[in-house]
Design a binder for this molecule. Structure first.
Ligand SMILES: *Cc1c(COP(=O)(O)O)cnc(C)c1O
Length: 379
């Protein structure tokens, strides 16, 4: 399998060659903690499953292939993946993040890593000139997402990466919302791409996991060292579920995006909705950048209710197909009230989420059923 094959083809074949021993077409679940050695210190590439596991190795190759990256490392959760990158820093290093960074990222940096001397600054990332003049001078790592959660802000990854590099900092892009199918930050200057594979890459709400990609051999060596030393690795069964999930990523994303665009238009014309946040709408401030750096605007749509917080909570409780739940990116549609459900845990976060906001993770059900459900819930 050459890396020049199209995305859909790579998603099914890279890292997932038939098993050389049995010919099994699907990568087996190597449910083993250790491996027989041929002699003392003579092994066949696998010694102990914290260090290497064939199912995990297949997943790491598959995901690195999708991000067009040389190296990939899988973790037990998206947060464990982020934590591994932060473990490569030293006391006194500063992380510069967008002021609407994912709540869990904000919490990990500001409440956990700050204990051992990592410092941080949160700034708006939409105005590059303003970001340039506000840049603190000890920034080691720039941490960004695009689109962001749950406000769907879109940032110029190429411009921010160029600025960061000019200032001597490295760039992490959390590509969870876009997925490598819609956006490839490695080709826009990112030094690391991080994922919660719990979301679209897994795609079926049945596994929690994380991933980091990089092209830099030194960063990769350090990440591999951290992965093995700290040991937050995924189990073989979880790797198998992810390998299964990513094979259909492209077709799922096409339908997620198609359904989300129709729903964004529907909400835009609804009298009880005061504002729709979706990067595919021309009214969205990040529309132009999204057109440039994404294949399509994604499957998440947020909106604000004209009658305030209680109305937003009521809508989130009244849908039937849209399941009231945290998380996103799976085949079934989900609805949530970020102010109470996912963003309450990150109190102190620099940017407050409006309490009349509802977030939809639009699934791949038939659009007519999804529209009917929202119409009924909006009354
Ligand atoms: C969910 C999520 C994470 C955290 O990943 P877990 O798998 O829940 O640990 C990080 N970033 C973004 C953008 C997410 O949506």
């Amino acid at each position: 399998m050459t890396s020049s094959a199209a995305f859909e083809t790579r998603a099914i074949h890279v890292g997932q060659e038939p098993d050389p021993v049995t010919g099994a077409v699907t990568v087996p679940i190597y449910q083993t903690s250790t491996y027989e050695q041929d002699g003392v210190g003579k092994h066949r590439g696998f010694e102990y499953s914290r260090t290497q596991n064939p199912t995990r190795q297949a997943l790491e190759r598959a995901l690195a292939g999708l991000e067009q990256a040389r190296h990939g490392f899988s973790f037990a959760s998206g947060m464990a993946a982020e934590d591994a990158i932060l473990r490569t820093l030293a006391p006194g290093d500063r992380v510069l993040m967008a002021n609407d960074a994912y709540g869990g990222t904000f919490r990990l940096i500001s409440k956990v890593w700050s204990r051992v001397g990592i410092t941080w600054t949160a700034l708006p990332f939409h105005d590059i000139a303003a970001l340039d003049s506000a840049w603190p001078n000890d920034v080691k790592l720039v941490w960004m997402e695009s689109p962001t959660n749950p406000l769907l802000n879109v940032f110029d990854i190429t411009a921010i990466s160029a600025l960061a590099h000019a200032k001597g900092a490295r760039v992490v892009v959390d590509n969870t919302f876009a997925t490598p199918y819609l956006q490839q930050p490695m080709n826009m200057g990112a030094d690391y791409v991080v994922h919660s594979v719990t979301k679209y890459l897994g795609g079926h709400s049945d596994v929690v996991g994380g991933f980091v990609a990089t092209n830099d051999h030194e960063l990769a060596a350090d990440l591999g060292f951290v992965q093995n030393s700290a040991g937050a690795v995924p189990a073989p069964m979880d790797c198998f579920l992810l390998l299964r999930g990513i094979k259909t990523l492209a077709v799922r994303m096409d339908r997620h995006c198609e359904n989300a665009a129709v729903i964004a238009d529907f909400l835009l014309s609804h009298p009880r909705v005061s504002r729709v946040l979706y990067p595919g709408l021309e009214s969205h401030p990040g529309y132009e950048i999204a057109q440039r750096q994404m294949l399509a605007p994604g499957g998440i749509v947020s909106f604000q209710m004209a009658d305030g917080a209680e109305a937003a909570k009521a809508v989130a409780e009244r849908t039937e197909l849209f399941i009231l739940a945290e998380s996103l990116g799976a085949v079934e549609s989900l609805i949530e009230h970020p102010g109470v459900m996912t963003h309450a845990s990150v109190a102190g976060s620099p940017l407050q989420v409006p309490d009349d906001l509802v977030r939809l993770s639009v699934g791949i059900e038939h659009i007519d059923d999804l529209l009917a459900d929202l119409k009924r819930a909006l009354g």
